[in-house]
Structures are given as C-alpha cells and as structure tokens.
Design a binder for this molecule. Structure first.
Ligand SMILES: *Cc1c(COP(=O)(O)O)cnc(C)c1O
Length: 225
C-alpha cells in the first residue's frame, strides 16, 4: 500500500468532525510530500529540531502540530509557526508558550495532556491539576492572552485489552465534558485529541475529534536511520 492509498483509506473512515493529524516523526520529507500531494495538510511531529527542519523544507500551507513532550527552553524554536501544541502538561510550559507567542505576535492554540493510562512512562495532568491550570489562566486572562486552550489530549495504555482502552477514553471524555462548558477568551475547549493507529476507531466512538495517526499512513518507523 502506498502512503496515498493508506491516507485515503483512513480518511474515508473518519467522520467529518474528526481531524486527521498525520504523524510523520522520523519519516523523510519525501514521504510527507506524498501525503501532501494526496491532500493532507495537518502534520504532527514529536521532535523540535525535526519539526523546524521539515517546516522549512515543506510548503507553507501545512499546519504543524507538535505532539511530543515539549521542553520549555525549546518553545521559542517553534513559536513562530506551530499551529497546535498537543502535550502541554504544566503551567510552567503554558507560561513559556504564552511568552514566546507574544514575542511573535501570535496566539498559539494548546491542548492540555491528561494522564489516562496505567503506564508510569506517560505524561499528563490529573483532573485536579487540570482544573487548577484552567482556573489560573482564566482568572489571569490579561496575562495569558497569547495562548488559547482549545481542548484535551490523552494517550491510552499500550495494551491489547480493549476494555482497558475504552475505560481510559471514556475517562478523558468525562473530564472533557466537565470542563468544556466554560468559555472564555483563552479557554475554549472543543477538541479531544485521542486515538492513534491502533485505537483510533475506538477513540472516535468515545468522542475523539482529532486522531493522531502515524504508522497506518507512513508504515512502521525505523529509529535507526
Ligand atoms: C508517534 C505518536 C503517534 C502515532 O502513533 P502510531 O501508532 O504510529 O499511529 C500519536 N501520538 C503521539 C503522541 C505519538 O508520539
């Protein structure tokens, strides 16, 4: 199967309200270009340097999402162009994004990452931390005016156990439903980023509006090259 075929096949299965983020980490520019030529405009990358290089090399109507774990000191490198940062998991990081967005005269959209998995290795906030951050940025909206929290992001446990995954997706949806009612200038939650190659169909059943799909489009990743 070609990248184009994979992409069109996946797209044909997605409801209209679900955004496809083509996760292209480790893949060469030529592969992204193939997806681009098949109509894909939203790409997700995990590593700052790689994202910067691909942004420079590829057409400028691409929307770039950062989906990895972002270090505060690297925010400035992507702040001029990034369209959405998925994995924000601290007020410190949000503060830095706001600062760099301001320098670039931009408003940067962010998703707050919620910890829903059972694996210690995954990042994210619990519900209490989430509420604390949302309260803080809405109460200090004159400071935090260069960010906009537009939703939540989560990663399910890497497991074959469908019930486990369902439970975790349901959990994220429940948390989302509680916080999405409030609408302020910098806090307008309308996006749930959950679902990857192995579980996106399930994620959509449980309310996902944005799926991050890599290997089902581009093939397996080879980290050795
Ligand atoms: C790599 C990655 C994906 C894509 O994973 P696939 O299983 O290849 O679809 C999605 N989300 C995040 C955060 C990732 O790091």
């Amino acid at each position: 199967m070609s990248i184009q075929n994979n992409l069109l096949n996946i797209k044909s299965q997605l409801p209209n309200h679900v955004t496809l983020v083509a996760v292209s980490k480790t893949k060469p520019v030529a592969d992204l270009m193939e997806a681009y030529n098949a109509g894909q405009r939203v790409f997700g990358e995990n590593y700052v340097q790689e994202l910067v290089e691909k942004h420079e090399a590829l057409p400028n109507d691409i929307q770039w999402h950062f989906i990895g774990h972002l270090q505060s000191r690297k925010v400035k490198l992507i702040a001029p162009f990034v369209n959405l940062i998925h994995g924000v998991d601290s007020l410190k990081l949000l503060h830095e994004i706001n600062k760099e967005a301001q320098k670039n005269n931009r408003v940067i959209d962010c998703l707050l990452q919620i910890f829903i998995a059972e694996e210690e290795s995954k990042f994210g906030l619990d519900e209490e931390e989430l509420n604390g951050i949302l309260r803080f940025i809405t109460q200090n909206s004159e400071i935090y005016k260069n960010i906009r929290v537009i939703g939540l992001m989560g990663m399910a446990t890497f497991t074959e156990n469908q019930d486990q995954i369902k439970k975790e997706f349901q959990n994220l949806k429940t948390i989302f439903d509680k916080v999405s009612k409030q609408k302020t200038e910098n806090c307008q939650l309308n996006t749930i980023s959950m679902g990857m190659s192995g579980d996106y169909q399930l994620a959509i059943e449980y309310g996902s509006t944005m799926v991050r799909i890599g290997s089902s489009i581009f093939g397996n990743r080879n980290y050795n090259n």
